[in-house]
Design a protein around this ligand. Structure first.
Ligand code: NDP
Length: 500
């Protein structure tokens, strides 16, 4: 059994195994923390939260910088744990760590500027007051994370929640508990006496207990279906929730696009991490004028990618149950008239799925409307960019998107309903620390990263101080007819005359 110093040992009644998705070998055994253990962790976190809050922005930034250095120093070990637990190539795991560290640095450096106390103007009627606003920590934040980016994704919440002054109790996915524990142990080396960042391990029930534990907020990243369960559990205590859910992102190719760059982005966006990316390109819409040329480039590039070999650029499908979803989407599309120009139903072999490109897929097929989470792409020909935008926006999800165009990229991007769009590159908006990341519709609500991501884990506090008594006693029973008349006149001056 894996041993950890920073998660509660009480009330462990059972354990669960983690399997290497490529081989099925057991690579770790972890405790299932029950409700009592979760409540114990949250109670300890409440105590630590006071110490952490009182360190102030500068004190916390020093710890967060030290944690960043610990992660950077241990990146080889961490990348191998990611690879072992969820299957992505070690080099991709390193890239994921690099991206997460950028966001961690940004959060530590910018928390005071974004959240610190500042004076705001008062108004004509309140000119005798000085007004300030500041953003205060919620206390303890519960973070529930997925396995597909087991460092980048939870740190999107954890780094920002910590920088804002909260303690965190983190429930990693049951597929990647070792990654979560490694991160928390690295933090504990920088603050050994205080359980500011704890990890609880277990299955869905453990996450449910965290939702019901009375934390100040839950930062959830995962599927839309689980997000609904989290929301329902949080309703019990009116616990607010950040929802980073699934997606069905599209890539649009206009007639004047750089087709080589667009094909390269579509292949990486659709196939990297074996397609198990919330922001993965799952649908491609291509202007009719360049459709054939683009498709030829896409298929040529995708056929060079293979899953399964020791040095493959894409790994196995992490969750065994996802294979049936991928199979259903491909088989249903083909049964409804689609053609597999690469891969197809036979692309699925044990835990590996070879790149699959489907064309002529009906727009209401599951392969177009539901998150597939596999190395598959649907490609559709559109007569113009109006049709492309219309089809992209028909989807219930609205997480991200990519546009390749020389002249009208910005115009097309502005018309897409999604939390973020990258023009002439894939996923850049998720990697720039000052930009918010999140979705609309079935992709969730709230934001990680950037100033919005810091404010997400705080509450706004407004304070006023009266500098001198108002000549107009407005909020007093001393207000008389003379003051009422002045207020009436002021309304006319400031906002318009009364109807006669
Ligand atoms: P899941 O929804 O299956 O699980 C997410 C987390 O929720 C896991 O830690 C899981 O624990 C936990 N959980 C499960 N049931 C409950 C419950 N009843 N109450 C509380 N927590 C629970 O998602 P995956 O881990 O499979 O991740 C993939 C999904 O995440 C995809 O849909 C992807 O699009 C989305 N995602 C979204 C991102 C974004 O930024 N919007 C980023 C990355 C991924 P356990 O694993 O133990 O079941």
């Amino acid at each position: 059994m894996s041993v950890s110093t920073n998660h509660p040992a009480q009330s462990v009644v059972s354990t669960f195994d983690v399997h290497d998705p490529a081989t099925g070998a057991v690579v770790g055994t972890y405790p299932v923390h029950d409700r009592h253990a979760v409540d114990t962790a949250v109670a300890a976190a409440h105590e630590a939260a006071t110490w952490w809050r009182d360190l102030g922005f500068a004190g916390r930034a020093r710890h967060l910088d030290a944690w960043r250095a610990e992660i950077a120093a241990g990146r080889d070990e961490l990348a191998h744990i990611i690879h072992r637990e969820m299957g992505k190539p070690v080099s991709d795991a390193k890239l994921e760590i690099a991206m997460a560290l950028e966001h961690l640095r940004w959060a530590a450096r910018n928390a005071e500027k974004v959240l610190g106390r500042r004076t705001v103007p008062s108004s004509l009627l309140t000119v005798n007051h000085v007004a300030t606003v500041e953003y205060l920590p919620l206390g303890v934040v519960g973070v529930i994370g997925p396995w597909n980016y087991p460092v980048f994704t939870p740190l999107g919440s954890i780094s920002f929640a910590l920088a804002a002054g909260n303690a965190v109790v983190f429930k990693p996915s049951e597929y990647t508990p070792g990654v979560g524990l490694w991160l928390a142990e690295a933090f504990t080396r920088t603050a050994p006496a205080e359980p500011v960042l704890q990890v609880i391990t277990g299955l869905g029930e453990t996450g449910n207990a965290l939702c019901r534990s009375g934390v100040g907020k839950i930062g959830f990243t995962g599927s839309t279906a689980t997000g609904k369960l989290v929301l329902a559990a949080c309703a019990e205590n009116l616990t607010p929730v950040l929802m980073e859910c699934g997606g069905k992102d599209a890539l649009i190719v206009d007639a004047d696009a750089d087709l080589d760059a667009a094909a390269d982005a579509a292949v990486w966006g659709g196939l990297s991490n074996a397609g198990q990316t919330c922001l993965a390109v799952e649908r491609v819409y291509v202007h009719a004028d360049v459709y054939d040329e683009f498709l030829a480039k896409l298929v040529a590039a995708a056929s060079r990618i293979q899953a399964g070999a020791a040095d493959s650029k894409i790994g196995p499908i992490t969750m065994p149950k996802q294979l049936s979803v991928i199979r259903r989407h491909i088989e249903d599309a083909v049964a409804r008239g689609a053609r597999a120009v690469l891969g197809g139903p036979e692309a699925i072999d044990r835990q590996f799925v070879q790149p699959t490109i489907l064309v002529d897929v009906p727009e209401d097929a599951a392969a177009v409307t539901e998150e597939t989470f596999g190395p598959t792409l649907t490609v559709a020909k559109v007569r113009d960019m109006d049709e492309a935008v219309e089809l992209v926006n028909r989807c219930a999800y609205g997480l991200g998107g990519t546009v390749f165009a020389r002249r009208n990229g910005r115009d097309i991007a502005d018309r897409i309903r999604a939390g973020g769009i990258s023009i002439n590159a894939f996923v850049a908006h998720a990697t720039i620390p000052a930009l918010p990341l999140g979705g609309v519709g079935a992709s969730g609500f709230g934001r990680v990263h950037g100033p919005d991501g810091l404010k997400e884990f705080t509450y706004a506090k407004a304070t006023t101080r009266q500098l001198f008594p108002s000549p107009l006693p407005l909020t007093s029973f001393r207000r008389d007819h003379r003051v009422d008349a002045i207020v009436d006149q002021l309304i006319s001056v400031l906002h318009g005359r009364k109807r006669q």
